[in-house]
Design a protein around this ligand. Structure first.
Ligand code: ZN
Length: 372
């Protein structure tokens, strides 16, 4: 087994603004936690310095006009016609280095894809990736370049069939839309119901179009879902669809804004349910490109992505946050246990029944369309 962790010290040097929930510094804290736990000191694992994406890679999905506007925004000023591109407003500030940040996040995802395609590793993890909301000509939901789409386009160019599974709290709308009409990519998104959370899409009835029908799958979950509903959705939807599709490469978006204590979502996942899903991804035994995603409680981000890296490498999940990390980031690590110690809250009978009805629909109407 060989694994790679794609990383750059540059990641943490960017800031969306002091009051913005997306804080790239979370990536450095995660890296330092994994390092302090000795989980980079494995003979089969490599830390690979991240590179920036090329214009050509970015243009495999985004429009030239949007790329120009994003480059203009790199100065930290709102570009001309910024509003047309969603740049410099609301969720998507034009902060200094916004283009550099986005091209690093995307370059690292493509590197993960390259390492897997070339057979140099079995799985690779880019914690800076998973920015799944960006559209071809528009920034959205803290995302400027859609790195999952760019790496999937790269994998398609190499003749691979790709299953993309997105367990972020938000619907993976940008990725779903990019591949809504094709059967070369299976997209599955488990997310908080769009009636309660941005971006509002991802209904159970959205299942792909034309020859892509049966190759887009959505599992909306109610606020407060917790571990049990995630595990049901994973076991009863993700597993049968991925097995039916039999991908050459698995790409996962592992946003951790699903966790209890996340300031902008309401899904109440704990490390217990999350870890089960990560083991599930690993047990597909498929070349695996793992990407980060949302996560606005830094304590959760650092713990959860440490769990991903440990599981990916077949290591036991460590028990405690090392003292040196607690000393360095005392405000983040208020508890020193990597796993949650409190159990999650069980879902209501109504919520379980509603999810089961949705799963019945997917099994009856959609799974039969999804084939190798
Ligand atoms: Zn999210």
């Amino acid at each position: 087994m060989k694994t790679a962790f794609i990383y750059s010290d540059r990641f943490a040097s960017f800031s969306y603004g002091f009051d913005h929930p997306m804080r790239p510094v979370r990536l450095r804290i995660t890296y330092e936690l994994i390092e302090a736990l000795g989980l980079f000191d494995l003979s089969w694992a490599e830390v690979i310095p991240a590179r920036r994406a090329t214009d050509e890679e970015i243009l495999s999905f985004h429009t030239p006009e949007y790329l120009s506007a994003l480059k203009e925004a790199d100065s930290g000023n709102v570009p001309r016609e910024g509003i047309r591109y969603g740049l410099g407003y609301g969720d998507n500030p034009a902060f200094r280095g916004v283009f550099e940040w986005s091209s690093y996040s995307t370059g690292a995802s493509v590197q993960a894809g390259e390492l897997v395609v070339e057979g140099r590793v079995d799985s690779a993890f880019n914690i800076a990736g998973g920015l799944h909301h960006a559209f071809p000509d528009r920034a959205s939901g803290f995302c400027y370049i859609n790195d999952p789409v760019v790496v999937i386009k790269y994998l398609l160019k190499k003749g691979k069939r790709v299953a993309y599974v997105d367990i972020d709290a938000h619907h993976g709308d940008g990725v779903e839309q990019a591949f809504y009409n094709t059967r070369d990519v299976l997209t599955i998104s488990i997310h908080e119901d769009g009636r309660f959370l941005f971006p509002g899409t991802g209904s159970i009835n959205d299942t792909g179009e034309g020859e892509g029908r049966g190759y887009s799958v959505n599992v909306p979950l109610p606020p407060g879902a917790g571990d049990d509903l995630f595990i049901i959705a994973f076991e009863d939807v993700v597993v049968p669809f991925v097995e039916a599709f039999a991908p050459d490469v698995l790409v996962t978006q592992l946003g951790v804004d699903t966790f209890r204590g996340d300031p902008i979502t309401h899904l109440n996942l704990t490390t217990s349910g999350f870890e089960r899903m990560i083991y599930g991804f690993r047990s597909f035994g498929c070349p695996w490109v793992a990407l980060g995603g949302g996560g606005y409680n830094i304590f959760n981000v650092a713990r959860a992505w440490t769990i991903v890296w440990a599981v990916m490498n077949g290591m036991d999940v460590p028990e405690r946050v090392p003292d040196e990390i607690k000393r360095r980031y005392g405000d983040v690590f208020v508890v020193d246990s990597i796993r949650d110690t409190e159990k999650g809250i069980p879902p209501s009978v109504e919520d379980i029944e509603s999810l089961k009805r949705n799963i019945d629909f997917l099994m009856r109407e959609v799974l039969p369309l999804c084939k190798v």
